[in-house]
Write a new protein. Structure first.
Length: 185
């Protein structure tokens, strides 16, 4: 796919199916991710790749965290948390690795990690794969952060769900006038 086509027509795919991206596809997505713009070359990101049994374990981590918040959690809700990561055959957890820096505020480091996450979705689209950036409460739960081994200064910026597209979606055509002005002083 041409680069411009991929950039302009990327869409998210809420419904994904197997097989998971191949090792080659995964490498391309991660290579693109680490080329995200990065003030100070801090490389403020890391990527946790989960598939197969790992997805089952991730679901259990979510459900256990939800149960810790609400000991009366209904079994159906518990099950729902278990099934969340099973919506795709691969999930890449994008982690912002931030630290205090004299020139680069933490907010910029978070933006860089977000750009890295977006590069994964763009590359997935260019490869003909489907991707969906998700967060939700399980991106911010301390028990999930601990289970995934996050350290101080690390934040989940997104779970990128990846797989084969169940159906093709058209990118919405947004008029630019609403968002763009030209400033001439
Ligand atoms: C930081 C971030 C977190 C998101 N979290 C969710 C989420 O938890 N659930 C969801 O349905 N969409 C979430 N989205 C939105 C989808 O990834 C997607 O962008 C949206 O459905 C619009 O589809 P499109 O990308 O094809 O325009 C998130 C997007 C971003 C940037």
């Amino acid at each position: 796919m041409e680069a411009l086509d991929a950039l302009i027509n990327r869409v998210s795919c809420p419904r994904l199916e197997g097989p998971a991206p191949t090792a080659e596809q995964l490498e391309l997505m991660l290579k693109a991710a680490v080329r995200a713009p990065d003030h100070g070359a801090l490389r403020p990101w890391r990527f946790i790749v989960t598939q197969g049994e790992g997805l089952v374990q991730l679901g259990k981590l979510y459900a256990t965290a939800a149960k810790a918040d609400d000991p009366d959690l209904a079994p159906a809700r518990y099950e729902k948390y278990c099934n969340m990561p099973l919506r795709a055959p691969m999930v890449i957890t994008v982690v912002a690795v931030t630290r205090e820096h004299p020139k680069v505020p933490v907010s910029e480091q978070l933006i860089s990690a977000g750009c890295a996450a977006h590069s994964i979705t763009q590359t997935a689209h260019a490869l003909g794969l489907g991707a969906m950036w998700r967060t939700g409460e399980m991106a911010y739960h301390p028990q999930v952060e601990q289970g995934l081994g996050l350290a101080e200064g690390e934040t989940i910026v997104g779970y990128i769900y990846l797989g084969q597209r169940c159906r093709d979606r058209e990118a919405p055509r947004l008029g630019l006038d609403e968002f763009v002005t030209h400033w001439e002083g």
